[in-house]
Design a protein around this ligand. Sequence first.
Ligand SMILES: *Cc1c(COP(=O)(O)O)cnc(C)c1O
Length: 453
Amino acid sequence: MEIPYKIYLSESEMPRYWYNLRADMQKKPAPLLNPATHQPMTAAELSGVFCDELVRQELDNDTREYPIPEEILSFYRMYRPSPLVRAYCLEEKLKTPAKIYYKFEGNNTSGSHKLNSAVAQAYYAKQQGLKGVTTETGAGQWGTALSMACSYFGLDCKVYMVKVSYEQKPFRREVMKVYGASVTPSPSDTTAVGRKILQEHPGTGGSLGCAISEAVEVAVSNPGYRYVLGSVLNQVLLHQSVIGVEAKIAMDKYGIKPDIIIGCAGGGSNLGGLIAPFMGEKLRGEADYRIVAVEPASCPSLTRGVYAYDFCDTGMVCPLAKMYTLGSDFIPAPNHAGGLRYHGMSPVLSELYDQGMMEAVSVPQTAVFEAAEAFARVEGILPAPESSHAIKVAMDEAIRCRETGEAKTILFGLTGTGYFDLVAYEKFHNGQMDDYIPTDEELARYAAKLPKI
Ligand SMILES: *Cc1c(COP(=O)(O)O)cnc(C)c1O
């Protein structure tokens, strides 16, 4: 059978379920803990912050398949399936015998995979009869995805956007407003935690952890509102499994088996979603794959962090999660431009990494932008800097194949497009980008402040 250059699934081949990887993990990810009592968070406690159905998904380590509700499937049909593309031109340029495939999630207005979970979370909020949701956004992809989903379901959407991004990325901010969201730069004086942070750090440009604290405070203090998060949580990895399930259906159809699966890792949602069905086979002993997480050298939670309970946010209002973490007040160096800035990693991926089921590497940002440009020039897509971490390592692996003569099959996640990241590309072009890597002493200082559990 001839394999098309781009593999799309037909409507009848599209997945109708999300796959819950936790069901196949013998040792489950550690539970979220109540920050006051250090006891596992109960559904009742979590339901003050998250929608009821999402709480159920968060705590469910056993149900293997979740049917995707019909309303979500019809939203998915607007922009899915995403193509699985054979990168012939890149292979040729690298003169590699490797076969390189990428799953491209940038074909929607949010420009990333984040819409896959945003639509699910907005749907369940609507089902519960809520008025609206609150969230944080850094660069703005998640806020954009959520505002799209909320406008579709008629929900109010309040976004706390990290102040530096709010100022440097006016276009993302305006896209969110197109979809009817209200966007507040964080830290702000609209919340108690924001006022406290402003008092302690006047002039701060904000951080994701701080924006999360503000969004949670607004959700729990306004009736009819809940908080939603775009990465890290178990429920988000569940929704993102649509990426991996689609990829696996497409590959199985043509008898393609990846040897290496590569994804960038910020909070872990795209990688967790892409690898889900493959990791499931690996956990059940049915197949083996090399799975590689790629993170920035300036924010290296898996490769240099500690596996411990930590706060998910700066204000310490969220539950504690056991994860590979750099410490909740870690903020990457100001010149860091490549995204993937979160201090911790999804508890599911953290546990799998700890069990030795996957690898992790970190890459310096100038190498990431070099790879991004090399890719753009032959494959035609301007990649997001985040996605380009995966491109960089996929290219390294393909070059290694050239040296060893092995014709390996590589699959990587191309999570999004970089049109709103041109200030970062500009820094790269003007030679204003350097590769700051935190020292061991710096990391130890942050790690020393981890909560003692
Ligand atoms: C948010 C984002 C990421 C990183 O988030 P994960 O949860 O680790 O997937 C990667 N790529 C793009 C384009 C993003 O918007």
